[in-house]
Design a protein around this ligand. Structure first.
Ligand SMILES: Cc1cc2nc3c(=O)[nH]c(=O)nc-3n(C[C@H](O)[C@H](O)[C@H](O)COP(=O)(O)O)c2cc1C
Length: 374
């Protein structure tokens, strides 16, 4: 049997295989509270070695889309406890993706209709997702943000720390800090967005400071071996460009090496798009060099990869040691029993894009299992 299907370890988390369910926003938690449908959705997918939840806002300010869950109200945490209990009852493992969207938000989603916060005052040419009064969803332009004052940043780091503690109390096996896809931490890391002149802007060291301080606070609170981070070195979502992503992310991972993290999660290429995507005039990103930089600095965390993987690629990547874990996104939307299908070389259901974001059970809970197909 291929190594892909055999047990492994990510920090303190024991996985029954090397297959991970990638974080997938589904906009089905009105009021930011996980509900019965969400419990059932994650329960159905508990044969994954590890489930990473959909991105989950650490605070109301961290919200950027309608009907995404949070980690900050008692109701939400009670809802998540039911999700983690259901996954554990099936023998699965689950971590929560901790999210602050920064400027990828809309006034109407913010506390007191305020401006979203970011590294900059400049608005992103990007869309967010709102639910209209009649219950239908639609995409809308993101609102103008305000640059965080330097003195406000420790408060947001504290929000991450509290959310991590709340997540562990809600039964999660660990947390994944969302450092990818153009959200708050990415908005600080990249020189195409970050135009600050304080100690959080300018040099790579300054731009990476916020992310690394979040990692420091979270690892201190819940332990490094239950802490992970996701990065997407070249993904341009939310106009998150950088003039030298190779140098930026080498610095980031070198500075993560001193923590005994559960895993580092790297989206290779443009999230959901080309695997060989390049930012601007930059050369192709060298992911092997990224891992080598991490390991040279003493890093030992499991290395997780994602983006457009199929079974053959995943088997090869894990067998040859390029990565330890492979995360699948869209295939897990439409195949709750993805692990079994991959193992037995059985056909996969095709995901229905029209039901990705928002709605009810259709396209969420009703993808057929193998036994029903056969
Ligand atoms: C419907 C949908 C929602 C997503 N939501 C998130 C999310 O909440 N957090 C995140 O980091 N990535 C998110 N992604 C990106 C996926 O985690 C993954 O990187 C992407 O789908 C590529 O992997 P795949 O080719 O296996 O689908 C989302 C993708 C899709 C299709």
């Amino acid at each position: 049997m291929s190594k892909l299907f055999q047990p492994t370890q990510a920090g303190d988390i024991a996985l029954k295989n090397h297959i991970v369910m990638a974080p997938l926003t589904r906009n089905r938690s009105p009021g930011a509270v996980p509900n019965d449908q969400n419990v059932e959705y994650y329960r159905q997918r508990a044969t994954a070695g590890l489930i990473i939840t959909e991105a989950t806002a650490i605070t109301h300010q961290g919200q950027g889309y309608a009907d995404v869950p949070g980690l900050y109200s008692k109701e939400a945490l009670d809802g998540w406890k039911r999700v983690t209990d259901a996954v554990h009852a099936e023998g699965g493992k689950i971590v929560v993706q901790m999210w602050h969207v920064g400027r990828i938000s809309h006034n109407t989603l913010q506390p007191a209709d305020g401006k979203p916060v970011s590294s900059t005052n400049r608005v992103a040419k990007a869309k967010t997702y709102l639910v209209n009064a009649d219950g239908t969803g639609s995409f809308a332009d993101t609102s103008e943000p305000r640059a965080l004052e330097t003195a406000e940043i420790p408060g947001i780091i504290e929000d991450y720390r509290k959310a991590a503690r709340a997540a562990i109390n809600a039964g999660f096996d660990g947390v994944e800090i969302h450092g990818a896809n153009g959200y708050l931490l990415d908005q600080f890391m990249r020189d195409g967005v970050n135009d600050r002149t304080d100690e959080y802007g300018g040099s790579i060291e300054n731009r990476a400071r916020f992310t690394l301080q979040v990692v420091e606070a979270v690892t201190k609170e819940i332990g490094a071996r239950r802490t992970a981070i996701r990065i997407s070195p070249v993904t341009p979502s939310g106009e998150s460009y950088d003039s030298n992503p190779q140098a930026l992310f080498a610095y980031v991972v070198e500075n993560l090496a001193k923590y005994d993290l559960a895993y580092i999660h790297v989206v290779e290429g443009q999230t959901g798009g080309e695997r060989d995507y390049r930012q601007g005039d930059n050369p192709s990103f060298d992911y092997k060099a990224l891992r080598a930089a991490y390991e040279k600095a003493g890093g030992k965390a499991a290395w997780m990869v994602n983006n457009g993987y199929n079974k053959d690629m995943a088997v090869e990547t894990v067998e040859n040691g390029t990565a330890d874990l492979v995360a699948f996104g869209k295939p897990f939307i439409s195949n709750p029993d993805l692990v079994e299908r991959l193992e037995k070389n059985l056909p996969l259901n095709t995901p229905d894009q029209s039901t990705f974001y928002g709605g009810g059970a259709k396209g969420y809970l009703d993808y057929p299992l193998l036994e029903k197909v056969a």
